[in-house]
Ligand binder design. Structure first.
Ligand SMILES: [Zn+2]
Length: 808
């Protein structure tokens, strides 16, 4: 640890043998200089390691269109991105038909067996959009096969070709689809793989993951399962992160580390992802017999699902990284024996420059306990060597909680202040240019850590404070090992390295170079482990949760505290002028970091202004009750932007009038009724036997729509069973009047047939039919947005819903 003495008795350091005595004044001047040099060398080493970490996370250069035929070229893939993401192509739309035809044409052009799976499929996963009731879609998946020479199983490359209704999906997921087309080209150009490679371009991912669910459940090629590589994008730039795996992933992770040229992935991401309300097609595959890996790039989240998710917004380096990894993994899984990919355990894994480190998950708890024991041994040796008393070590543990708590709180307060100044950030996943704010949060965390250190160091001593940091890192490691095992390495390994370095430093001569070397090595371990986490947590969670990144930044600072301490005068080592000067300089790092935080936040506010290219996002939809002629504007903005404020005022629950929109509280305001037809409800048959009534109806939209819904007033009848487009749907009770409902995405023009088996409670049963299209232009009272006002990336932006109740 290289920590200096704190006991008065130690204040006159022993003269090493062979060194001539120096006069106190000389020593006082010479030792700080040597200490400063050591500090600068150690910091330079850590900065170099940090730079290596950042370079490793950078995206590769996109390869040109004339790259070798067996290589992945981002420029070639990008030509398909431009075609696929020419305009929004939501499932069921004519634009999506054209995208599908293009994808089929490219695959057939490669000579691959290609077909379209046209089916009705239920939702997968737990989507918030499913609040309206049981959800299904008509889907058309594109499925192509490259038959293997001696297959042991199948490799599935999966991406969705549909986009949201509110944007063209240049990244989400034209990136994944185009990556697969380019990987297929490269595979077809090379020797035939041993295993079957199946390319699955799914439909209706955005609506309900229904395409993937339909493929995984029903397609003959899916019957035996296999290994799935799902490719996604939730932003426009940044490294591709392998963020999700099937369970018992050790063999998959090993293959990933071996075969992906840019293996960025961490077992901590799996844990974070499970806590977020996101789902991808991968969920649908995991529900069936599949194993696999899920990868996405996630930075640049401001464009996610918005009209700005255009091809030009894409960092083609991210596309190259997607392709390099997907091609490497497709070849790897194309050649290995797929019969034995499940292992008995999960791996812990994380990136270090140039490679992926992984070890069995069952090592997590023993390692965490080892770190705790090492930290305990350090406390014993610190006391024995007289570097700290038990009381000071206890105080160090207590005091270290201050920055651990204050940094996330401070980051939260900083973001609250920034969003108060710029309320439009409330609807953005991340600002358009978040780098200034991210740096401001890191600077704030540093300011808090430095201020805390300046205030406590002289009184309690660096040894006790460094011990406090290691104690919490080790304790968090044990807690994580029990609760979030994939994340335990984040604190266990820095704690273990720090404690071992401290023990080594205490075992060597204090005046020699080894204590500095030891604490620098431990600091480097902390940088390698924690810096990628800080860097990747910002885009993963957005600025609203920047406090989590601040927490890990402080943990990194605590792990590197003995190196930071080298910048300070040796505790108790100087007297007189030097000590006085040092004391006066003590608050300098904290002051500089605090100033940097303020300046960086100010630069962020100055640079990241809303304009035509970076519009403030707004959410608006329109809902018409064709029965009563009552129409309203609706918005999910909690604190509406000025533009939205022109349409909405009070808050309503739409559950009673538009159950197909779910049961969220929305902002609402009166609107002029447009002359739009509600979906028709045709009774195909109506039979009664005993207390049951079987009602067969067809819901028939009277205009091009993206979805329709049908709900039953359960005060008029109990629903026993229901069939939609020939599929049985689960009868789950909903809250409120419309106690049963189904939502159907991408309905065919001939409508959707629904069969309800009911137990009537009244003479008539009330059914409410709703459908929804996209685009508010042309509605009475709608004024086009000014250039600097944009559309929120959401599944209901610009939605136009029409509903009507039918008593039958
Ligand atoms: Zn999406």
């Amino acid at each position: 640890m290289g920590v200096p003495p704190t006991r008065p008795a130690d204040r006159a350091p022993a003269r090493p043998p062979g060194v001539p005595p120096t006069r106190p004044a000389d020593r006082a001047l010479a030792r700080p200089r040597r200490r400063l040099l050591a500090a600068l060398a150690a910091l330079a080493a850590l900065l170099a390691v940090g730079a290596g970490v950042l370079v490793d996370l950078a995206t590769p250069a996109p390869r040109p269109a004339d790259a070798p035929a067996d290589a992945f070229s981002a420029e070639r893939a990008y030509q398909n991105v431009k075609v696929i993401a020419a305009r929004p192509h939501v499932a069921g739309s004519a634009a999506n038909d054209q995208v599908r035809e293009h994808v089929v044409g490219v695959l057939r052009g490669l000579g691959l067996e290609t077909e379209v799976q046209d089916t009705v499929a239920p939702e997968a996963g737990q989507l918030s959009g499913a609040a309206g009731g049981a959800t299904l879609a008509r889907v058309r998946n594109v499925v192509a096969r490259l038959p293997g020479t001696d297959p042991t199983g199948r490799v599935f490359l999966v991406a969705h070709y549909d986009s949201v209704q509110s944007g063209p999906g240049g990244n989400d997921d034209a990136a994944g689809t185009s990556t697969i087309l380019e990987v297929a080209r490269a595979l077809a150009a090379g020797p035939r793989p041993r295993n079957d490679v199946v390319l699955v371009l799914t439909d209706a991912e955005e609506a309900c993951l229904c395409g993937a669910a339909g493929f995984a459940a029903d397609h003959p090629l899916a019957a035996d399962g296999g290994v799935v590589l799902n490719l996604e994008a939730r932003g426009s730039t940044g490294p591709v992160i392998m963020f999700e795996t099937s369970r018992n992933n050790a063999k998959l992770v090993e293959a990933f580390g071996r075969a992906a040229p840019h293996p960025v992935g961490t077992s901590f991401a799996v844990e974070i992802y499970r806590a977020l309300p996101n789902d991808t097609d991968f969920t649908a595959f995991l529900d069936h017999r599949f194993v696999g890996l899920n990868s996405a790039y996630i930075d640049g989240g401001a464009v996610y699902h918005t009209p700005l998710d255009v091809p030009a917004a894409m960092n083609r380096g991210s596309l190259q990284m997607h392709g390099d990894n997907a091609l490497g993994l497709a070849r790897e899984f194309g050649r290995t024996d797929l019969r034995d990919l499940r292992s008995g355990h999960d791996d812990t894994y994380f990136p270090v420059p140039g490679r992926l480190v992984h070890y069995p998950g069952w090592l997590t708890l023993p390692l965490a306990l080892a770190a705790l024991v090492a930290v305990g041994a350090l406390s014993w040796l610190l006391r024995r060597r007289g570097r700290a008393t038990a009381g000071r070590l206890a105080a160090g543990v207590g005091l270290t909680l201050v920055p651990i708590v204050a940094a996330p709180l401070g980051a939260g307060l900083l973001w609250t202040a920034i969003t108060t100044i710029r309320p439009g950030y409330a609807e953005l996943l991340d600002p358009y240019r978040p780098v200034w704010y991210r740096l401001a949060v890191v600077a704030l965390a540093a300011a808090i850590l430095f201020a805390w250190y300046a205030l406590t160091r002289r009184r309690f001593g660096p040894a006790a404070l460094a011990f406090g940091g290691l104690f919490w890192l080790a304790l968090f490691g044990v807690l994580l090992a029990v609760l979030v095992p994939g994340g335990a390495y984040l604190t266990t390994l820095p704690a273990l390295a720090g404690a071992l370095a401290g023990l080594a430093a205490l075992a060597t001569r204090r005046d020699g170079p080894w204590p500095v070397v030891a604490v620098t090595l431990a600091g480097a371990v902390a940088v390698v482990i924690l810096l990628p986490t800080v860097v990747l947590l910002f885009p993963a969670l957005g600025m609203g949760m920047g406090g989590v990144a601040a927490l890990f930044a402080v943990l990194l600072g605590l792990a590197a505290l003995p190196v930071v301490d080298l910048l300070h005068p040796q505790a108790g080592g100087q007297r007189g002028l030097v000590a006085l000067r040092a004391r006066r300089l003590g608050p300098l790092p904290a002051g500089a970091a605090a100033l940097a935080a303020v300046v960086l936040a100010g630069v962020g506010l100055a640079v990241d202004r809303f304009d035509a290219a970076h519009p403030v996002p707004t959410h608006l939809m329109y809902a018409l009750d064709a029965g009563t002629g009552k129409a309203q504007w609706l918005s999910h903005e909690e604190d509406p932007q000025p533009w939205t404020d022109g349409y909405v005022d009070g808050t309503v629950s739409v559950a009673d009038d538009f159950p197909g929109l779910g049961d969220a509280e929305l902002r609402a305001g009166p609107a002029q009724a447009a002359s739009l037809p509600a979906p028709k409800l045709d009774t195909l048959s109506d039979t009664r036997s005993g207390d049951q009534r079987v009602l067969r109806v067809r819901v028939l939209p009277q205009r091009p729509v993206r979805l329709l819904s049908l709900h039953v007033d359960t005060s008029t009848a109990e629903v026993r069973s229901a069939t939609v487009a020939g599929r049985d749907v689960p009868v789950k009770a909903r809250e409120g009047r419309w106690g049963f409902g189904v939502v159907f995405h991408a309905p065919p023009p001939e409508g959707v047939e629904v069969t309800l088996t009911l137990v009537p409670k009244a003479g008539q049963v009330n059914l409410r039919a709703m459908d929804a299209s996209d685009g508010l232009g042309g509605l009475p009272g709608f004024r086009a947005r000014p250039a600097d006002v944009g559309v929120v990336g959401s599944h209901s932006s610009e939605m136009l819903a029409v509903a009507r109740t039918y008593p039958l």
